[in-house]
Design a protein around this ligand. Structure first.
Ligand SMILES: O=C([O-])CC(=O)C(=O)O
Ligand SMILES: [Mg+2]
Length: 218
């Protein structure tokens, strides 16, 4: 799968702009329910989902207890965003400092999970964008197991296929289905440029009514 290369100017895109653009394209249920919070306020990640799913599992391979995760991380590529679906499990953490370091080394842009992170102070120090439902310092070994990877998962009520574009920021997370990304990205880039104009006009003192009537964008 081709690595996702953000275009110049894509740093202006936000989850809110993508959500509006998805709405315009008739995709009205692509925003995750519940806000997955960033470890560091102001974090933002935009990349192709690399998905995996965890489920309860006490089985252990003493020789290679983290084998599935190690293999999954070994397969990660530049521009990918790790998505761990856990059915909102509180049984353990699923990602920490060392997985983050390996992901950074592979050019991964962030991690998003409906479970827990740990080592969060260290993840912050690495400046690795990480978003989760919660935090808990407990290891997943003999509690949870990676049961599937590179498949379609569901987080926050939204299906995420491996390779879909995902963005997370302070507001939450949105998913752009791969087969519609050309259209949604075009709409989002147009919206970002119009919003810049609207912002400048409002800051210059024009009335919201006049600016709305002219651009019909908010
Ligand atoms: O939660 C885990 O087992 C992973 C972990 O601690 C790390 O990546 O440093
Ligand atoms: Mg750790």
């Amino acid at each position: 799968m081709a690595a996702f290369e953000p275009a110049p100017g894509d740093e202006r895109l936000s989850t809110a702009m993508l959500s509006d653009s998805l709405d315009e394209c008739g995709l009205r249920s692509q925003v995750l329910q519940g806000r997955l919070a960033p470890v560091v306020a102001g974090s933002r990640a935009f990349g192709r989902a690399a998905t995996a799913r965890f489920a309860p599992g006490e089985h252990d391979e003493p020789e290679d207890p983290y084998g599935a995760a190690i293999d999954f991380i070994a397969g990660l590529g530049r521009g990918e965003l790790v998505v761990f679906a856990t059915a909102e499990s509180d049984a353990s953490a699923f990602w920490g400092e060392l997985f983050s370091a390996a992901a950074i080394g592979a050019g991964v842009v962030g991690v998003l999970t409906d479970g827990n992170l740990r080592d969060t102070e260290r993840i912050a120090a690495l400046q690795f964008p990480a978003f989760s439902r919660s935090r808990r310092p407990i290891d997943y070994r003999r509690r949870m197991a990676m049961v599937e990877s590179r498949t379609t998962v569901t987080i926050g009520g939204v299906r995420i296929a491996d390779g879909d574009l995902v963005m997370a920021d302070d507001d939450g997370a949105v998913v752009i289905p791969r087969e519609r990304e050309f259209e949604v990205l075009a709409a989002a880039r147009l919206r970002a440029s119009k919003e810049s104009t609207v912002l400048a006009e409002l800051l210059a003192g024009e009335s919201l009514r006049a600016v709305w009537d002219r651009h019909r964008i908010l």
